[in-house]
Design a protein around this ligand. Structure first.
Ligand SMILES: Nc1ncnc2c1ncn2[C@@H]1O[C@H](COP(=O)(O)OP(=O)(O)O)[C@@H](O)[C@H]1O
Ligand SMILES: O=C(O)C1=C[C@@H](OP(=O)(O)O)[C@@H](O)[C@H](O)C1
Ligand SMILES: [Mg+2]
Length: 172
């Protein structure tokens, strides 16, 4: 069955958009980070703190594969780093997969993340100044992987509903 995959940098809106899209097209939404948290009964912050990022990336790959192999149609909201590890980017073009990169500018990402960083271990301790530079470099490194998505939607200056409608158009 069909898997609709939303990907993109932290704060681009994957979880928010997937949730709304799910209500609109009546396909269930699974957030990969939430599935990982449920599987090991730890928050993302605790996984990074107690076991480190490499352990998280292994778990992330395993749970992503499990979701792709599930018999149901699903909307899957990835974590920002998912396509960039364990050759996960190659899974973005698989059979029955529709992958959409939610592309946001550094400015949009900074504005959305500035008040929303405590649950994101990669940026939780950064000052505003450090964060701007980090996002710019990190996004540059990761764009190669994000660009493996089949579709791209620019999310800057769009409401949640506008972005959802852009995706509905892609799916039509
Ligand atoms: N137009 C918009 N589209 C998506 N998210 C938005 C928008 N405007 C503000 N936001 C906020 O930006 C944040 C995006 O976070 P989230 O959905 O968790 O992103 P991700 O899962 O990609 O890290 C949320 O706090 C959301 O409310
Ligand atoms: O970009 C990343 O490497 C990460 C993004 C997070 O997901 P969101 O993009 O939903 O914040 C989460 O998977 C973890 O903190 C690592
Ligand atoms: Mg998310």
């Amino acid at each position: 069955m069909k898997k609709i995959i939303l990907l993109g940098y932290m704060g681009c809106g994957k979880s928010t958009i997937a949730n709304k899209l799910s209500k609109n097209i009546e396909i269930p939404f699974v957030d990969l980070d939430k599935k990982i948290e449920e599987k090991v009964n730890l928050s993302i912050n605790d996984i990074f703190e107690k076991h480190g990022e490499i352990y998280f990336r292994k778990l992330e790959h395993e749970v992503f594969i499990e979701l792709l192999n599930s018999p149901d149609s699903l909307i899957i909201g990835l974590g920002g780093g998912t396509p960039c590890y364990a050759n996960n980017h190659e899974l973005l073009k698989g059979d029955n997969v529709v992958s959409v990169y939610l592309k946001a500018s550094i400015e949009t990402l900074f504005n959305r993340l500035a008040h929303n960083k405590s649950k994101r271990p990669l940026i939780a301790d950064k000052s505003d100044e450090e964060m701007k530079e980090f996002i710019a470099k990190h996004l540059f490194d990761r764009s190669f992987y994000y660009n493996h998505a089949q579709h791209k939607v620019i999310v800057d200056d769009k409401t949640i509903d506008q972005t959802v409608m852009d995706i509905v158009t892609i799916l039509a």
